[in-house]
Design a protein around this ligand. Structure first.
Ligand code: CMP
Length: 140
């Protein structure tokens, strides 16, 4: 089925100037960018976006990192977009990410891991709505 997923190019990858290279991987896999915005998240915004991880020991480091610089946020649309994007990204820990994945090629650590992608249809809907009102999504 055609799905939508929320993608974030994190501060490390934006600082490395690889937004275009990451977009090329999305496009090469048949994923279409149907909404995008660059933003520098506030601490409150980052905490709200990652609220599901609030109780985890890595929460503070995660938020500190996500507010350390601008991010590029996009909605990707395509056949099986959620799993396709997760395959392109590779494992959360870049040390475990398969060769040729975004995280294997561009990420430095489990926090500075280059990209975020929704993990399921329900979270994708919530994450897309967090950043984009329906009127700012341009499908077909
Ligand atoms: P992301 O897909 O953005 O979702 C939560 C983030 O927390 C994850 O990528 C990692 O960058 C970060 N993180 C740090 N430590 C861990 C961990 N032990 N397990 C999962 N995520 C972690």
């Amino acid at each position: 089925a055609v799905e939508r997923t929320l993608s974030i190019i994190k501060p490390d990858a934006v600082a490395k100037n690889v937004i275009g290279q990451v977009y090329s991987r999305f496009e090469g896999a048949g994923l279409k960018v149907i909404a995008a915005r660059m933003m520098h998240l506030s601490r409150g915004e980052a905490e709200a976006f990652y609220a599901v991880h609030k109780a985890r020991p890595f929460f503070k480091d995660l938020v500190d990192f996500m507010v350390s610089g601008p991010v590029m946020v996009q909605v990707l649309e395509g056949e099986g977009a959620i799993l396709k994007n997760r395959d392109l990204m590779g494992a959360t820990d870049p040390k475990k990410a398969a060769p040729g994945t975004i995280r294997a090629d561009f990420a430095d650590s489990i926090d500075a891991n280059a990209v975020h992608g929704s993990d399921a249809a329900e979270t994708a809907a919530v994450e897309i709505a967090f950043f984009f009102p329906a009127m700012n999504i341009y499908s077909r």
